[in-house]
Structure formats: C-alpha cells, structure tokens
Design a protein around this ligand. Structure first.
Ligand code: PLP
Length: 474
C-alpha cells in the first residue's frame, strides 16, 4: 500500500510535463489542446496501472512516449485502403467499386474550390445540382427526365413516398426481397408511408393478380429486381410491358427498382445479360431506380429516371432535399456517365467492368507473380499453392453467374510447439488475421479451413508484393 502511495505521489503534474522539451516539440506539431488532453490521458493510464499494482510507472520519459504514441495514433484515419481478394468484385463491406481515374480527378477538382453546383453560368442565376447529370442520364436511358439521391435505397424510399404516400403499392410476393441485410422491401414501404399490397405467390404471379390489387385502389405497382437470388423451376412472372400497359390503362404509375442498373448490354463483354435501364424504359416503366455503385461502377448514389411529370413530383418532395447528393458524388457521376457515352473506352476506363471482364489466364499470371512473396511471408505457417476458382460480381448483380478466376490458397501448417511436437494446426483465422495486419490489409476468404486469395481484383502487382515485404522489417 505504501509503495502504491509513493508511486502515485511521484507521478509528475501535467503542467510540469507540458513545460518539458518533448511536450513542447509535440505541441508545435499538434497544438496545445490535443497535447494537454493526451498528457492527461497518459497520466491517468499510469495512475490506473499503479493502482492495479502493475509497477511504479510514472517516469516522465514513459509519459512523454505514451503521449507521443497517443497523438500519432489520433491522426491515423481508420478508413483506409485494403486489398480485396475475397472473390467478390463489388463487395459492399469493402466500399463496392473503385472509381475511374477521371472521376477521381473530377472529385479533386471540385473538392478544393467553390464550384457551380447550383449556379447557372449562362444566366448568372440559381441552377439545379441534378442538371449536371440529367441530360446525360436521359440520353443514355431514353428517359424523359432524371434525378439523383444518396443511394438506391434512398431512391426507392423517395419514389414510393412521392408516388403513393397513404396508399397501397402492389408488389409480387416473389419480389419481397431483402438485400444486403438492411434493405427490405416491406420495411422501406412502411417507412415511405405506403401500405404493401402483396400480389400472387412466391413462385407465380399473374396479370389478374395485379388487376385485383388495382381494383382495390392500389396507387402504384412496383417491380423489384430480385438481385441476390433467383426463383427457378415452376414459376411465372408477368412481363414488364404487360404490367406497364395495365398500369397505364388504370392511370397509376409503374415503378421498377432495378437494383444494379446497367447502361450497356453486358453481352458485348461475353457476360450474361441483365436488363438495361433503356430496356426498362422501353417496356413502359414510369419511374426506374438503380444504384450508382453496383455494376455501373461509379460513386455511391441512387439514380431515378422516368416520366417528366413524375420526376418533377419527386423533386418537389421534401425528402428529396434530405436525400440529395453532394458535389463530390455529382462530379464523379458526371464523368462516369460521359464515359458511358463512349462505349469503346468503358472496359478499359471503368474499374468495375475491367475487373469483371478480366480473363482467367491474366489472373493466373498475377497469381504466379505474387506467389513467391506470399509463400515467403508464410513460410512457417502455411503451404501455398495456386488453384482455379470462381469469383462473383457481388452487390446482388447476377447472383447465379460466377466468373472463372484464379486464387492463391494458403493451407495452414501444423503448429510446432516448444516441445517440438506437431499437435495442433495453425488456424486459418490466425492466417486471416496476419493478412489483415499487413500495412495495407489483405482481405481474403476462408474456405474449407484454407485461406483463398482471389487475384481478380489485384492490378498493381508490385505494390501487392511490396506489401508482404515491407512488413518483414518490423
Ligand atoms: C442493391 C439494391 C438496392 C439498394 O441499393 P443501395 O445502392 O445499396 O442503396 C435496392 N433495390 C435493389 C433491387 C437492389 O439490388
């Protein structure tokens, strides 16, 4: 007890510490407020250690060191780049798609200076932020008008609220999907102030089912792309054009949530086709919603295209103001859409398209280049080999289709204990953790007790290799 009291008494005061050379140096770099705060924390930590009987602690030198560490850690961003070798190209948890270089330049261009976000340079009057992308969206989709919000979930919420607040909306039971754990059609419907009118059954829905809903005063019909799953076998769904004709006959809007909207036909890249936004417009949808950062390969946003009168109604809804995009998003989106009007350059310029169309042979070459440094790094913990594998697009796009790819596989070695007996194996989780602890974390996938690193999304091979080498110095 006496020792503890002595140690506590020996803890230097904050004011004394702050006058010492090391603290003065830190103050020049980080400012007085932050420095004082970390010294208080450092002293507090020491005090707790002493009270817990963990040593006498309180040397000024230790406190200066602790304060410096706290300060340096406080300026390291927690949001940082990682290598996505999960095999899922558009991984929502990893930020979905990387942006085209020109879109990044556009973001830089408007981030550091004022810009004409809502200012018309021709007449010097107030402008509209969506005008920077509306014409392009109309050209690319054939729609009459367009608007943009924060993401596709926001787009659906806004559209439902603007079209059918206080009324019911007919949706096929086969389309009442949950996407990515938090987007559920019934929940969004409720939050939008609409009542869900369920139509048909999970596997079969007919036109007369929708007729009945409209007889019951449904104020709109919504189709939802069943992004992340597919009903196969004994199933029927009503063709979009028939649904549209029925809605138009009854004077209610036909809404189509495409999820991963496409502006070009993927058949030109030898990928399975998905309906394009233009096809949805041509089939008669009045309002169409889709994501900016799924297959489109752009920034996070939700795109809404459709009939001019309905888009005007959507823009006049107070939720639009709450859900609008910022200038950085709009800058990137405009450049992305400009790339879509030059289709020959798309595959090369848009990372999402470049990565999903990558040839297996090229991915294997990457795996072969990278293999020695990975093998070297894990020399004591895993046996390393190359295997063919399948990657998927992700974010609900084409759930069933997978892409031929190539992976580096880490098979954990038996752990050698101090006594030399090979009892347990090193766990795949501990290898996954080591990968996450690299300077740029490497995020793979555990499959059958092995770690699979799908090389599809690795483009800068030398940085990837250097990442495994730099860490060895520590
Ligand atoms: C992904 C998806 C959404 C949600 O889009 P976010 O861009 O993630 O907000 C909504 N509807 C469908 C059909 C989707 O696939």
């Amino acid at each position: 007890m006496n020792d503890i009291n002595t140690a506590l008494r020996k803890l230097p005061s904050i004011d004394v510490l702050l006058l010492q050379e090391q603290a003065v140096a830190l103050e020049k770099e980080f400012g007085r407020t932050a420095v004082r705060a970390v010294y208080q924390r450092a002293v507090q930590q020491q005090r707790e250690k002493i009270l817990a009987g963990e040593g006498a602690g309180g040397l000024p030198e230790n406190l200066h060191q602790a304060a410096a560490t706290l300060l340096r850690d406080s300026v390291v961003p927690s949001l940082k780049p990682v290598y996505n070798v999960t095999g899922t190209v558009l991984h929502t948890n990893l930020g979905r798609s990387a942006l085209p270089t020109s879109a990044i330049e556009a973001i830089n261009g408007v981030a550091s200076q004022p810009c004409n976000l809502e200012y018309n340079l021709q007449n010097g009057k107030r402008g509209q932020r969506d005008h920077h992308v509306e014409d392009l969206l109309c050209e690319l989709t054939g729609a009459e008008a367009a608007t943009v919000v924060n993401n596709n979930a926001a787009a659906v919420l806004l559209v439902l609220n603007a079209m059918a607040e206080g009324s019911s909306v007919a949706v096929s039971r086969g389309e009442l999907v949950e996407i990515g754990g938090s987007f559920r059609v019934p929940d969004i419907m409720k939050k939008a102030g609409c009542e869900l009118y369920e139509v048909g059954t999970t596997n079969r829905t007919h036109l007369h089912d929708f007729e009945r809903a409209l007889d019951d005063n449904a104020a709109a019909v919504m189709r939802v792309h069943t992004s992340n799953y597919r009903i196969e076998g004994f199933s029927t769904e009503v063709p979009e054009a028939e649904l549209a004709a029925l809605c138009h006959d009854r004077g209610v809007p036909f809404l189509n949530d495409l999820g991963s909207g496409l502006l070009v036909d993927l058949a030109q890249f030898d990928l399975p086709t998905e309906p394009t936004v233009r096809e949805a417009v041509e089939s008669g949808a009045d309002v169409i919603t889709f994501s900016g950062d799924k297959l489109l390969g752009g920034p996070q946003c939700g795109l809404i295209v459709g009939r001019k009168d309905l888009i005007a109604r959507i823009n006049a809804n107070p939720l639009k103001r709450a859900l609008r995009c910022d200038k950085l998003t709009l800058a990137a989106l405009q450049v992305l859409l400009q790339l879509y009007s030059q289709p020959e350059r798309l595959q090369e310029q848009v990372p999402a398209l470049r990565l999903i169309t990558r040839e297996q042979a090229e991915i294997r070459r990457i795996a072969e280049q990278v293999l020695p440094s990975v093998a070297d790094y894990f020399a004591n913990s895993a046996k390393v080999r190359i295997e063919d594998s399948k990657s998927q697009i992700g974010s609900g796009a084409m759930p069933v289709e997978s892409l031929a790819s190539c992976s580096i596989v880490l098979e954990p070695l038996p752990a050698v204990s101090d006594a030399g007996d090979q009892s347990a194996k090193i766990s795949p989780n501990s290898i996954a953790r080591q990968l996450r602890e690299l300077p740029t974390p490497v995020i793979g996938r555990i499959h059958k007790d092995e770690l699979w690193l799908d090389m599809r999304c690795i483009e800068d091979t030398s940085s990837f290799i250097a990442n495994f080498q730099s860490n060895k110095l520590h």
